[in-house]
Write a new protein. Structure first.
Length: 236
């Protein structure tokens, strides 16, 4: 049984990913900024038949919170950096406030980076560790420069920039860790209906979590430094 930590797992895609991975036989820690919310989420999963789950308090913007969470874990095989915020729209980079911009990066980028750094000692003890960074197709530079780029993406430009940075982190870290047999990949759930977008997404949380779960369950240890969506790869 693998041990999994999912940040931002008390609701939305994180919660559904936890549900699916627990049903697949993994022990899943549901990371949450608010422990009560995490406990309620874990209780809900247990009531539905998933006994192998537990809440854990972790605020990815608070380094001490991350360190305390790490101390609570005896082992870790899979880290899913899912916690994120969307920010207020419209958020055109040319005029978005720096305070709001920094808040986005603090959670979506620096939060994932420092959580990974703190958890790496535990991951290094695993015989087959993986890191999955939950990104977005809006962070794909190839898609941003495509003629088929949706025009409304400009409403999410600042959010997209944080995901572009996260994708860069994925590639750089994957290269650094190749010799340690720790895989690092990005994955986009697609435009999923969650409170991140006021439930305007066209995909259900079950559909959104599918790509994350598929990557989490992948046995091929040569797959690293890549960007996935449901059904295949997506260009950087």
């Amino acid at each position: 049984m693998r041990t999994v930590l999912i940040t931002g797992a008390n609701k939305g895609i994180g919660f559904e990913t936890a549900r699916q991975l627990a049903l697949a036989g993994n022990f899943v820690y549901l990371g949450s900024r608010d422990l009560l919310s995490g406990q309620k989420a874990a209780d809900k999963l247990k009531a539905a038949g998933s006994a192998n789950v537990a809440p854990i308090h972790i605020d990815v913007t608070d380094i001490e919170s991350i360190r305390k969470a790490k101390d609570e874990l005896n082992s870790l095989d899979l880290l899913i950096n899912n916690a994120g915020i969307s920010g207020e729209q419209a958020q055109h980079i040319a005029e978005y406030s720096m305070e709001a911009f920094r808040a986005l990066f603090e959670t979506n980028y620096f939060g994932a980076v420092q959580t990974t750094q703190v958890m790496l000692p535990l991951l290094r003890k695993s015989s087959a560790a993986s890191i999955i960074n939950v990104s977005s197709e809006i962070g794909s530079l190839t898609m941003q420069t495509s003629a088929e780029r949706p025009p409304n993406w400009s409403n999410f430009s600042s959010y997209g920039a944080t995901k572009t940075a996260l994708n860069g982190f994925t590639v750089m870290l994957a290269n650094e860790l190749r010799g340690e047999h720790i895989t690092v990949n990005s994955v986009t759930p697609g435009y999923t209906a969650t409170d991140l977008n006021q439930f305007k997404g066209f995909k259900s949380v079950e559909e959104g979590a599918r790509a994350i779960v598929q990557l989490a369950m992948l046995d091929d240890r040569t797959v690293t430094g890549r960007f996935f969506k449901d059904g295949g790869e997506i260009p950087w």
